[in-house]
Design a protein. Structure first.
Length: 487
């Protein structure tokens, strides 16, 4: 025993709740990309500011060291007018003539390496918690260092320094000129710029979130309409369509979806039409067959007559089914398979095949020249159907003309008979399925009323139409006008 799987509404609801909408995914990806981009910009800006700060500090330290080295080499004591012989005097005179930056200290150190040296300083305030001239341990470490530049990391703050050692003068103790820079405020400014950029980025992200939410909603509105429309579609109602606005990809999606709905609606309509037509038209012959079989007796003559009637009805049912299947195929894209066709050759072939339909005065009225892209089999089928229709409504010996011609960029095939013609009230009716018209043109017709419907479908499959007008001198002329231009 087989069972049909069912969908649990609770499971479906949980799946719907777990699903993240495309609008939210777009927003999250956009925010992620923007956050990474803005954070990268802020970090890069901070890195550039810190690099510029380092370059400026290094340049300042190098400049101060060069100035002292030059003063040591070329300077003279203003009191004696001679070269300096006392390192302390050299440092004191130099410091008196210098103007340090706010975060910069210029210090002269005199003493033996390994000891806490005496210092010569400028009397000024340094905006740090522990300046170098108040940190004896830091001065000792710098004075004892064999390097000319370096960085001193302290809990109270970093110190960048450069040192110029003063050469000994006889037995005088060693001395050094030290320029120290406290980069804390410079780095704090870079950090402040970084924080401001982060704050601005946060505001930009908030604004982007609102704008992106609105814009994504407007862009994805047709997509939501597609989803809503698809959910509302049923086999009984395929009339829903999506409004199309603009000319972007989303509008193209809506147009494609609408075109798909058009095809589905036509396909379902053709299916319903096929079922309705088949049930309507086959009901009568089935009833006839069943009735005769139920009443059939044992008399051989009666049985033979019953078999003949039943066979005739079965043949008619077979023709109806074949015609219905053909009409159902008209909605398929491969119903018409065009190919280059010589119009004169196609017209002659149709004329030869039509002559076998009955003893009439067949005439080849005119022949179009040139080549066109048509489906020769479908055109032949339509023309033979029109010729058969003309035979049914004419008597032996009456004239039936077959021909083709070009009408501008179109090609026209026609069949003109000399029968009783078609009443005005029947001219549109006869192209409908299972309709033969209220006023019949003759008593010879025994078809199901599908022939002209097939002709109309073939014409429309070629992008054309079928027209009916009176024949000069009496009768009806059916013209198959096709859109394909001769090449």
């Amino acid at each position: 025993m087989t069972t049909t799987p069912t969908t649990d509404p609770a499971t479906t609801g949980d799946r719907e709740r777990r699903r993240i909408s495309a609008r939210l995914r777009i927003l999250l990806w956009l925010l992620l990309v923007m956050a990474v981009a803005l954070a990268s910009v802020a970090a890069t800006t901070r890195s550039i500011l810190l690099r510029d700060t380092d370059q400026r500090i290094n340049g300042l330290l190098a400049q101060e060291a060069r100035e002292f080295a030059g003063f040591e080499e070329q300077g003279f004591d203003p009191e004696t007018g001679r070269r300096f012989t006392d390192p302390g005097r050299l440092l004191r005179v130099f410091l008196q003539r210098q103007y340090a930056d706010l975060d910069e200290e210029l210090i002269g150190l005199v003493g033996e390496p390994g000891t806490s040296p005496a210092q010569i300083i400028q009397q000024r305030e340094i905006p740090v918690s522990l300046p170098l001239h108040k940190d004896a341990d830091a001065r000792r470490r710098i004075f004892a260092s064999p390097d000319s530049t370096g960085t001193l990391h302290r809990p109270e703050g970093e110190i960048r320094w450069a040192k110029v050692t003063v050469a000994r003068y006889g037995g005088e103790p060693a001395a050094a000129f030290v320029v120290a820079f406290h980069p804390g405020r410079e780095k704090a400014r870079a950090d402040e710029v970084f924080r401001v950029l982060l704050a601005i980025s946060g505001v930009a992200l908030l604004m982007t979130t609102g704008i992106a939410w609105v814009v994504a909603g407007r862009i994805l509105k047709p997509v939501r309409l597609v989803r809503t429309t698809a959910a509302q579609l049923t086999e009984q109602d395929l009339t829903q369509r999506i409004p199309v606005h603009g000319n972007d990809d989303v509008a193209a999606l809506a147009e494609t979806f609408n075109a798909m709905l058009d095809r589905l609606e036509r396909a379902f309509a053709a299916q319903r039409q096929f079922v309705d037509d088949a049930s309507h038209e086959l009901r009568t012959p089935i009833t006839i067959v069943r009735g005769h079989l139920e009443l059939m007796g044992d008399d051989p003559a009666e049985r033979e007559e019953t078999v003949r009637l039943v066979t005739d009805e079965l043949d008619r049912m077979s023709r109806i089914v074949e015609d219905l299947l053909l009409l159902a195929k008209t909605e398929r894209p491969d119903f018409i398979t065009p190919e280059p066709v010589q119009l004169a050759e196609l017209t002659a072939d149709v004329y030869v095949k039509a002559r076998a339909l009955g003893e009439r005065d067949w005439r080849l009225a005119e022949v179009a020249e040139g080549e066109a892209r048509l489906d020769p089999q479908r055109i032949t089928q339509a023309m033979v159907q029109l010729a058969q229709n003309a035979v049914q409504h004419t008597a032996p010996g009456q004239v039936i003309r077959i021909g083709s011609r070009t009408e501008g960029t179109r090609v026209a095939f026609y069949v003109a008979d000399s029968g009783p013609g078609v009443q005005p009230q029947d001219r549109e009716l006869i192209f409908e399925r299972f309709r033969r018209g209220i006023s019949r043109r003759g008593a010879h017709g025994s078809g199901a009323g599908l022939g002209l419907s097939i002709v109309k479908a073939i014409a429309e499959g070629h992008g054309g139409l079928v027209r009916l007008h009176d024949t000069d001198g009496g009768g009806a002329t059916f013209v198959l006008t096709l859109e394909e231009a001769p090449t």
